[in-house]
Design a protein around this ligand. Structure first.
Ligand code: FRU
Length: 509
């Protein structure tokens, strides 16, 4: 039905006024090209975590520092927002915070799709591709073999780049490791083993890790394997690196392995073992693995290679195979965790990792946010950006709760429960969840640390939260999808807060 003329004229005048007002806002905001183009402003789009420009992404691959740039490759399907024939997507950064998207680095070929793997810088030209060649080591997944019901359709191949990863040449002698009959045989991580002056590869081979060594990246010799007897969950995306115990010269080795089901809070999760490695075999200090992150959304975490300043830097895929392909984003799917430094500490004779957001994050802290005390609570408006870093110190014996909420009565609760001595993240009421029955849940993390105080750092972005407690001894990463952004942060039991700082973060896009 058409409205009468007068009403139409009135509506016309109002729309004209609204257009004028919105133009004025745009002009005032002209410093930011982003608001003019609306680039990366979609609902749920992470504002300071890496996400692909569009389409599907999973595991981080081949992360390496070279010639002033950090490279992030990742499992990528450029034709859809669900998993499909895998490529290696590519992005670079000069500071690990701001990223530039680059063209796809590796395309599927006649041998197969390009699954997860790693890259190294061949400083000594051991492979003969050239001094300082960047060599990517990845799994070829052969679809024809899989369709034909074979079990040897995953094998390892290499490719190299002589132009800072702007182009890769696949090695003509691929594959460099053939499959000897293990269906899940993938995700090579290669490191240079200084003592034996050899390359070492760790591979996920169904429910264990297999080790290989090589002097030239082309010819590999199997050396050993490591697993947990009686546990036959699928292992993926292993990593192996040496690391000193904080504050000492004691050197240990960490074997990371992502586990494809029954993680500590359901579905997929990243775990690790601490032990010793002699260039051929890994001996774990503990029988069972430890969990690097108790949240539901940190999978396939691996470390960078060739980091010049000695830090151990890692990134994980911020999702879970239980629902990764169903989450309600439209143009792209998935983001990466904030890059983290890993540290090894020894307490009561036991070795564990703690993780912490990289120091470079300070670059995007723009201002401290004011808060008000109302009775026992501390209340803060985090509108309009909904992006904050919260650092808090509380007295340890107390139960402590932070609530992030919006005007639609949706919220996330997180904190510490002194009765159970657990940290928790509860996204049961955090907004959309009907895309998967496992999504709406309360996740917990045991606290194994005795101290008079509890520290907590939270990183909130538009659809994720990362919680680092006790200096990163307990970590939880979860994603969520509120119908409108969270605008309010409330600290209940605020009287137990000893120190508090809430900083607003700025978008990297
Ligand atoms: C882990 C994983 C890897 C595999 C890749 C395929 O998320 O399943 O094992 O290489 O994803 O995209």
């Amino acid at each position: 039905m058409t409205p009468p003329f007068k009403v139409t004229a009135f509506l016309g005048a109002i729309s004209f006024l609204l257009i004028l007002i919105s133009c004025k806002n745009k002009i005032e905001d002209k410093d930011s090209n982003l608001s003019a183009t609306q680039y990366y402003k979609e609902q749920y789009r992470p504002q300071y975590h890496y996400s692909p420009d569009s389409m599907w992404m999973n595991d981080p691959n081949g992360m390496v520092y070279f010639d002033g740039e950090y490279h992030l490759f990742y499992q990528y399907y450029p034709d859809s927002i669900v998993w499909g024939p895998m490529h290696w997507g590519h992005a670079v950064s000069k500071d690990l915070i701001h990223w530039n998207h680059l063209p796809i680095a590796l395309y599927p070929d006649s041998l197969g799709l390009i699954f997860s793997g790693s890259t190294v810088i061949d400083h000594l030209n051991t492979a003969g591709f050239g001094k300082d060649a960047m060599v990517a080591i990845f799994t070829h997944h052969n679809m024809n073999g899989e369709k034909a019901g074979r079990i040897d359709f995953q094998f390892q191949s290499i490719a190299y780049s002589l132009d800072n990863a702007r182009s890769f040449i696949k090695y003509s002698g691929n594959p460099v490791i053939k499959n000897t009959g293990i269906k899940d045989f993938r995700d090579p991580k290669v490191i240079w083993h200084e003592k034996s002056q050899k390359w070492v590869m760790v591979l996920a081979a169904y429910d264990k890790a297999m080790f290989y060594s090589s002097s030239n990246l082309k010819d590999w010799t199997y050396t050993s394997e490591f697993g947990i007897s009686g546990d036959n969950r699928l292992w993926e995306c292993p990593d192996l690196f040496p690391i000193k115990v904080e504050g000492t010269d004691e050197l240990k080795w960490v074997l990371i392995t992502s586990i494809q089901k029954d993680g500590p809070n359901g579905g997929t999760a990243t775990s690790y073992f601490v032990g010793d490695f002699d260039g051929k075999s890994f001996v774990g200090n503990n029988k069972n693995q430890k969990w690097l992150d108790y949240g539901a959304d940190n999978y396939a975490l691996v470390t960078f290679s060739n980091i010049p300043d000695g830090r151990t830097l890692a990134i994980g895929w911020m999702s879970n195979w239980q629902y990764a392909q169903q989450v309600p984003t439209k143009k792209w799917r998935s983001a990466m965790t904030i890059p983290r430094t890993l540290h090894l500490y020894k307490e009561n004779g036991d070795f564990s990792l703690r993780s912490w957001p990289i120091a470079e994050l300070d670059k995007i802290k723009i201002s401290s946010v004011k808060n008000t005390r109302v009775k026992d609570s501390i209340i803060t408006s985090i509108a309009p950006t909904s992006m904050i870093e919260l650092s808090v110190l509380i007295s340890h014996e107390s139960t402590f709760k932070v609530r992030l909420s919006n005007d639609e009565s949706e919220y996330i609760d997180l904190g510490y429960d002194s009765a159970t001595n657990e940290l928790y993240l509860d996204r049961t009421k955090a907004g959309l969840s009907n895309f998967n029955e496992t999504f709406a849940a309360r996740h917990t993390c045991p606290r194994n640390y005795m101290s008079d105080t509890l520290t907590m750092k939270l990183l909130l972005d538009h659809s994720s939260i990362e919680m680092f407690s006790d200096d990163g001894r307990s970590v939880m990463t979860d994603i969520f999808f509120p119908t409108t952004p969270f605008t309010k942060l409330e600290i209940l039991d605020g009287s137990k807060v000893i120190d508090l700082n809430i900083a607003e973060l700025e978008s990297i896009w």
